[in-house]
Design a protein around this ligand. Structure first.
Ligand code: ATP
Length: 395
């Protein structure tokens, strides 16, 4: 076990491309850190620099109390699990798991002990004599994990290890990797583009965009307190709804104009985000999560509402997901364009038709139907605000 410290790490590729910019992360002993971001954000580059597979252009990388910038991968005491598991087809599962130890000339008895221990942990013991082609995708992935575990490294590095598995297996392996990591308590750096994996697995999550660190924090912290529009749109499913609004003042109250709606902001919100007071008269980016809205028809007394036209409803039993159009002005920034691309063009409040579409999750007693004109109650204590120029959170 060892802490890992990245101190102002940069990667400039030979063609001049600056793939990782001044990345600093302190990873504690035994911590599970997930690097997440859209394709091309530099997460694999960062991981490969920690592994020693890629030179570090500048900055300091430490494992334990040792600076390891110039050490070869094999001298860094790390073990890596990749997306493609590259098992040796002619070797048994047991030999595949122990191979890395054999080439390091470890004693046979010790190899056997470690292979047995890893196989027990991964529930591979009955399969030790099989060849890789006789295994399912999930079992192969576990063999790849086994190869890393037997090394008993100070640090695990994992690069999208679950992306070749089907959805169900991915969920299962997600839990399994989490359990193994907790049992072994080995410092782990895990790369994924999947924010759900990041949210469910990481002790802390590092969000990257275009080589830049956007925010680091516990999953729930990022969800509740995104530092900027990018994190707000990237973390959470469905993504946070966004629209343009204008902060105003009416006597002692602060107000928010969005499309044709004027909402009175909860005093608790102003107390929690005092910087909002400096934005009176300003246009801001407003964010609201789907669970912070309600169907007004089941809450007769609500005053803070938006007019909405229902486009689609999805009854999930525990909730009804309601997609609706509003007259709120769309947010169009570099971030929202990038997020839209990342969502594969899905329309969840960020992009889509000309009209702004938002998504709300209503309690199942709601009876709304497609094409209904409804009123949506906004929990004004739960609104998020971002500076329209910098995209940073206003707090
Ligand atoms: P993905 O999820 O698609 O793997 P990523 O976030 O892991 O993305 P990286 O593989 O780290 O991204 O690449 C970051 C950026 O650096 C990309 O824009 C990529 O095109 C660029 N890049 C990667 N390798 C090189 C290289 N050898 N020379 C120049 N540019 C590179």
């Amino acid at each position: 076990m060892a802490p890992v410290t990245l101190d102002r790490i940069n990667k400039v590729y030979e063609n001049g491309f600056h793939a990782v910019q001044d990345l600093s992360i302190d990873i504690a002993d035994g911590e599970f850190i997930v690097l997440v971001g859209p394709s091309g954000c530099g997460k694999s580059t960062a991981l490969r620099m920690v592994a020693g597979l890629e030179d570090i252009s500048s900055g300091t990388l430490s494992i334990g109390d040792k600076v390891v910038n110039s050490l070869t991968p094999k001298d860094r005491d790390i073990a890596m699990v990749f997306q493609s598991y590259a098992l040796y087809p002619h070797m048994t599962v047991g030999d595949n798991i122990g191979y890395g130890l054999k080439i390091r000339k470890m004693e046979k008895a010790e190899i056997q002990r470690r292979v047995k221990k890893a196989a027990d942990m991964l529930e591979l013991t009955p399969l030790l004599d099989r060849k890789p082609k006789q295994l399912s995708g999930g079992q192969r992935q576990r063999v790849a994990m086994g190869r890393a575990i037997v090394r008993e490294p100070q640090v695990f590095l994992m690069d999208e290890p679950l992306s070749n598995l089907d959805a169900k297996l991915r969920v299962q392996m997600r839990a399994e990797i989490g359990r193994i990591q907790q049992d072994l308590n080995v410092t782990t750096l895990y790369v994924t583009h999947d924010q759900i994996e990041a949210m469910t697995m990481g002790d802390r999550v590092v969000v990257l965009k275009s080589g830049l660190l956007m925010q680091v924090g516990a999953p729930q912290h990022l969800y509740d307190n995104p530092a900027n529009v990018f994190v707000a749109g990237f973390i959470g499913s469905p993504p946070m709804n966004m629209g343009m609004g204008r902060i105003g003042r009416n006597g002692d109250n602060y107000t928010l104009q969005m499309g044709s709606a004027t909402l009175t902001l909860a005093p608790e919100l102003i107390a929690a985000k005092p910087a909002l007071k400096n934005h009176v008269g300003n246009e801001v980016i407003v964010g609201l999560r789907s669970e912070d809205m309600e169907d007004a028809s089941v809450r007769g007394d609500a005053t803070e509402t938006l007019d909405a036209k229902v486009v689609l409803t999805e009854a999930l039993g525990s909730e009804i997901v309601v997609h609706f159009e509003t007259d709120i002005e769309k947010v169009v920034t570099e971030d929202t364009k990038l997020l839209a691309e990342n969502l594969g063009g899905a329309d969840v409040g960020v992009i889509g038709s000309d009209r702004t579409q938002w998504v709300a999750s209503f309690a199942p007693r709601s009876r709304v139907r497609s094409r209904d004109d409804i009123k949506v109650v906004v929990d004004t204590e739960r609104l998020h605000f971002f500076d329209a120029t910098t995209s940073n959170s206003i707090n």
